[in-house]
Design a protein around this ligand. Structure first.
Ligand code: GSH
Length: 293
């Protein structure tokens, strides 16, 4: 008998910061999930959420053969209870307490940063003239992150040792600091860089680059700069179905859409999977397995 899957309702990947948190709780911890996406600011969202009542926002999670729950923090706790070996929270009790405090403060706070700098993974601005309240939020983040490292003795990329729920909760903040080129100290900048390079974050962003039209609500006229995260390999879409791989690396289905990289042609079974691969080829292990066998 196959285990029934978790079903996760999400919004536009480029813009829905809470959906990113919810999805990272699965992808970054190796827990399989089926996603159902709806466009923010359209009727799609309330329609999708009809299947996830009483949740009113995304992410919303339908438990296998069970109820639906909303609220990213509740989803984190529920997954941690159901998957104790996945390491969502640090194993050390003191580090776990620190991680819980971080996630809770993120869940409740940083409203100035969140409203002045809404998450937008499709652009990178040189400056956004952050007002004092945003600078206060950035100071608080820097202090909180330094406190977590001092308290837990974490010396690597993540705040409490291994990547935990606390880090997943700060991923959208890291993306905002990158997108809006916000001023932070060296330690915070290194933490942001670690998020931009995290494989799960790269996969989400790659999908977010191509999974729907730009939303006007998030448009800003700030000067642009290059995305400060890892630069994608230079792949591009090409016509035809001729490809060096006989079947889609993700589904095993016949090739219908092709990309070109380094003069080589690779095929996929639909436009979305081809285009998410073009957006960041190195984010996709099954593609890299055929590109660099
Ligand atoms: N406290 C919620 C916040 C979720 C949230 O605000 N999600 C936004 C998208 S990022 C949403 O669903 N907005 C649609 C709406 O409020 O109608 C959580 O932790 O999951």
């Amino acid at each position: 008998m196959t285990t029934p899957a978790y079903s996760l309702a999400i919004g536009d990947r480029a813009y829905s910061s809470w959906s990113l948190r919810g999805w990272l709780l699965f992808d970054a911890f190796g827990i399989p999930v089926q996603t159902r996406i709806a466009r923010l600011y359209t009727d799609e969202l309330p329609t999708l959420l009809q299947d996830f009542l009483p949740a009113r926002t995304v992410p919303a999670l339908r438990l296998p053969n069970g109820p639906a729950i909303g609220e990213s923090l509740a989803i984190a706790e529920e997954l941690a209870s159901r998957h104790p070996a996945a390491g969502l929270w640090p194993a050390d009790p003191d580090a776990r307490a620190v991680a819980r405090m971080l996630a809770a403060e993120m869940h409740a706070g940083f409203t100035a940063l969140r409203s002045h700098c809404p998450m937008n993974l499709r652009v990178s601005y040189a400056d956004c003239a952050p007002p004092p309240a945003v600078l206060d939020d950035l100071d608080r983040l820097g202090a909180l992150w330094a406190w977590a490292r001092a308290e837990t003795g974490a010396t690597g990329d993540w705040l409490c040792g291994d990547y935990s729920v606390a880090d997943a909760f700060f991923a959208p903040v890291a993306s905002r600091i990158a997108t809006y080129n916000l001023p932070v100290g060296a330690a915070a900048a290194a933490y942001v860089a670690a998020h931009l390079a995290h494989p799960s974050f790269r996969r989400w962003r790659a999908m977010g680059m191509v999974d729907g039209p730009d939303q006007d609500f998030y448009r800003r006229d700030y000067p642009r700069r290059d995305w400060p995260g890892p630069a994608p390999l230079p792949a591009r879409a090409v016509e035809g179905t001729a490809a060096e791989n006989p079947a889609c690396p993700y589904s095993g289905q016949p090739v219908t859409h092709v990309l070109e990289l380094d003069g080589r042609r690779f095929g996929f079974c639909n436009a979305f999977c081809r285009d998410k691969t073009i957006a960041d080829p190195e984010a996709w292990p099954k593609f890299i397995a055929i590109y660099r066998p």
